[in-house]
Design a protein around this ligand. Structure first.
Ligand SMILES: Nc1ncnc2c1ncn2[C@@H]1O[C@H](COP(=O)(O)OP(=O)(O)OP(=O)(O)O)[C@@H](O)[C@H]1O
Length: 581
């Protein structure tokens, strides 16, 4: 029940709907339990007692009760469904907004397909229990209690004899629940894996096809699918084993009832009508208890789903806006890294080691170094995507944590090697970071990013809808849209992370021009592998295995023996030898 307690805030606000559903349930159950009583009266008084004048009133009462039961069932069903639907609406929203707040470190380990299945199948599993299972459980408890009460009223000894096998039935149901819950957890988990497989395959379809790995992917999917099937078969086996046992124990009760009940009727201690009523009442107990297996099944599924939802909802949020954080329209752009060290996980090497750097507002800083030297880590720390393990980072003299995340991230714009474009209009993609931008501002940004001309050549111009991940545009065009997006955001600090490495030389020239435009008046960090991209920077820092091994302008670094000179020589070898010839 712990899971349901923890998720209470989502369904408890709708307790009135739940109460209506339960109230209607009670009405229907009272009527259900009264049927055997009417039956008993009909047999004992009308049929065997000869009081024929009671036939019509009894029939009318029966019809009246059926009408009331029909209306109550309708209202109860509606209220129960509304209860589930409204509760999971809030739950789904909370999960989604939690996913927005979770830090990058969470996504480093998460699998998209698995997250998707939590947000869909698990939420649905939980809803089904709220809509149906809760009420069903209450129905069982109520029906069993009231039926036993009426049975006791008719005959205490027959009640005891009839219910002799019930404890065994309850034990069987409890054992069933114990086995079926882990089995359902297995199903949910393997469904998540199956989804991950599909999602990765679709996202990476280019790589799959270009490397002809379709059959490998198919086999991998078959494995996951097989695992999912096996998990389902395991549950079916449990179900198949326990259901006949539960049915058998239920039927034993009926044998006891007719054995001992028949004896009482023969001795005239019990009327025939009472025995018939008893039989109906006993079935009101046996079938719900046997059905308890199904309801427990539902309960187990929803508990397994609830656990998986709680894993998201309770995931820690180490990076968030503190109380009274600074919210400013714009920053100056002075950046200070004070003895910053970053280690992603304890088992990893440090990604950045004791880095100190002061950048005055509006300066261009080039960051160069081999793959894995810590360049991206530097900029990710600047945006507080991760917290440094040691040291402090300040912007305009204040630690990053003093700013609201909104202010901080609005003030830092990114143009990445491959920027993500959403499947919406070009206009919406450019203004993504500042949705309130006017069309004029969007067009102005696109013009400065050298993107306006090609956008205007598209049939619908700025209203052209892009495919997923910007499908339909060339690499260079996508990149210029990304630059226009950064311009539209108008950030104080700009990070260009290998922004031109994915395009050819001609396109690079176009993009370089656009970038020059974007950099004007902003503190800029240019991450690059190529010296040509950073040589005009005001300052260049050279990273090697997380350490800053050199710092200076291009002119001051070239004469120094070291990594920068080596990179320069490798990249300019052909030109240098041509000059020397
Ligand atoms: N999210 C992460 N979790 C764990 N380790 C990481 C993570 N991101 C980067 N690293 C590790 O930190 C080190 C620095 O990586 P980083 O991406 O900053 O290098 P880089 O210089 O930007 O490399 P590249 O030029 O290839 O982009 C590498 O050893 C990398 O494996």
């Amino acid at each position: 029940m712990e899971v349901f307690k923890k998720l209470k805030e989502y369904y408890w606000p709708y307790k009135r709907l739940f109460c209506v559903a339960i109230g209607m349930l009670i009405v229907t159950l009272i009527i259900t339990v009264s049927y055997p009583i009417i039956l008993q009266q009909t047999i004992d008084r009308v049929i065997t007692g000869g009081e024929y004048q009671l036939a019509v009133p009894l029939a009318m009462t029966f019809i009246g009760l059926m009408v009331i039961k029909g209306v109550a069932t309708y209202i109860g069903q509606y209220a129960g469904d509304m209860f589930g639907i409204k509760s999971v609406f809030e739950l789904r929203n909370s999960l989604y907004s939690k996913l927005q707040r979770l830090p990058f470190s969470y996504y480093d380990n998460a699998k998209t397909g698995d997250l998707m299945s939590r947000l869909t199948a698990d939420v649905e599993g939980f809803r089904f229990f709220l809509s149906f299972g809760f009420v069903e459980l209450s129905r069982i408890v109520f029906l069993v209690t009231v039926s036993i009460g009426v049975m006791l009223y008719y005959s205490v000894s027959l009640t005891i004899v009839s219910l002799l096998s019930m404890p065994l039935l309850v034990v069987a149901v409890m054992r069933f629940e114990k086995l079926v819950h882990p089995a359902f957890r297995g199903i949910r988990k393997s469904f998540g894996k199956l989804n991950t497989n599909v999602q990765e395959n679709i996202s990476g379809i280019n790589t799959v096809k270009s490397l002809s790995r379709e059959s490998f992917q198919t086999d991998k999917f078959n494995d996951s699918n097989g695992n999912y099937r096996d998990n389902y078969l395991d549950t079916t086996m449990i179900w198949a084993k326990y259901f006949p046992l539960m049915e058998f124990l239920g039927n034993v009760s009926i044998v006891f009832l007719f054995g001992y009940g028949g004896y009482l009727v023969m001795n005239d201690t019990l009327a025939v009508g009472e025995l018939v009523a008893f039989y109906s009442l006993l079935s009101y107990i046996i079938f719900p208890i046997m059905n308890l297996g199904f309801t427990v099944n539902l309960f187990s599924q929803s508990k397994a789903s609830g656990e998986r939802l709680l894993e998201i909802l309770e995931a820690p949020e180490p990076i968030k806006t503190k109380e009274h954080a600074i919210d400013v329209e714009s920053m100056e752009g002075e950046v200070l890294f004070d003895d910053v060290t970053m280690q992603y996980r304890e088992e990893d090497d440090v990604a950045l080691e004791n880095l100190s750097l002061h950048v005055t507002a509006g300066k261009k800083v080039g960051i160069i170094g081999a793959t894995g030297s810590g360049k991206t880590t530097f900029t990710q720390l600047l945006s507080r995507f991760y917290e440094p393990t040691d040291g402090t980072i300040l912007i305009d003299g204040k630690p990053l944590a003093d700013y609201s995340l909104n202010t901080l991230r609005r003030s830092i714009g990114y143009v990445l090697q491959e920027s993500f474009l959403f499947s919406s209009s070009i206009k919406a993609n450019i203004s993504y970071g500042r949705p309130e931008a006017t069309l004029e501002e969007i067009i102005e940004s696109a013009k400065r990013a050298n993107a306006h001309d090609f956008i205007m050549e598209l049939p619908k111009g700025y209203d052209t809808m892009l495919g997923e991940r910007g499908l339909g545009l060339s690499g260079g065009q996508k990149q210029r849209i990304a630059i226009a997006r950064a311009l539209c955001q108008n950030p104080t600090i700009l990070v260009l992370d290998d922004a031109t490495s994915a395009v050819d030389m001609k396109t690079e020239r176009h993009i370089q021009q656009a970038l020059e435009e974007v950099m004007k008046g902003r503190t800029t960090f240019i991450i690059a592998h190529r010296i040509s991209s950073v040589k005009h920077a005001d300052e260049i820092i050279v990273l090697d295995n997380g350490k800053m091994v050199a710092k200076g302008t291009h002119e001051s670094l070239i004469p120094q023996e070291g990594l920068y000179k080596r990179i320069y020589e490798i990249q300019y070898k052909d030109q240098l030898s041509a000059v020397n010839r």
